[in-house]
Design a protein around this ligand. Structure first.
Ligand code: ATP
Length: 134
């Protein structure tokens, strides 16, 4: 089976929808194998978002993701990567499928509540950044 790194970003924590997101993960049938509330330092944020370094939105992205506590979760299951991306919805909330987390709780791309790995390989890579001992 696969692993995916899920983040409930600082906007999700601030908006008090941590329980709602965790409920959706559980209802989908994914297994939570690690979970932690923490505030990222800029170095860890840079590792996580390395592919976006140099893009115009990168400084704001790092400022935002380090701005307060987030919840990092590793979820495991068959098709965990695609299953979570379906629950999260498209990156841009106005294009996200109705009923997805981003469609239900967000309006703009740079405050889109959650993150999910985009491939099984990245799931493993990103899980290691947050939980090296897992
Ligand atoms: P995430 O990685 O958070 O799940 P994603 O894989 O759907 O999102 P990426 O392309 O990896 O999207 O972008 C990472 C994050 O950077 C997005 O979730 C969004 O918050 C932000 N982002 C991406 N593109 C833009 C953009 N054009 N303008 C502002 N923010 C952006």
């Amino acid at each position: 089976s696969e692993r995916t790194l899920i983040l409930i970003k600082p906007d999700g924590v601030e908006r008090r929808i941590v329980g709602e997101v965790i409920s959706r993960i559980e209802r989908k049938g994914l297994e939570i194998v690690a979970m932690d509330l923490r505030t990222l330092d800029r170095e860890t944020a840079g590792q996580h978002y390395a592919e976006h370094e140099g893009k115009p939105f990168y400084p704001d992205l790092v400022d935002f993701i380090t701005s307060g506590p987030l919840v990092a979760i590793v979820a495991e299951g068959e098709n965990a990567v695609a299953a979570w991306r379906q629950l999260a919805g498209a990156t841009d909330p106005v294009k996200a499928a109705p009923g997805s987390i981003r469609a239900d709780f967000a309006t703009v791309m740079n405050r889109n509540i959650v993150h999910g790995s985009d491939s099984p390989e990245n799931g493993i890579r990103e899980a290691k950044i947050f939980f090296p001992d897992l």
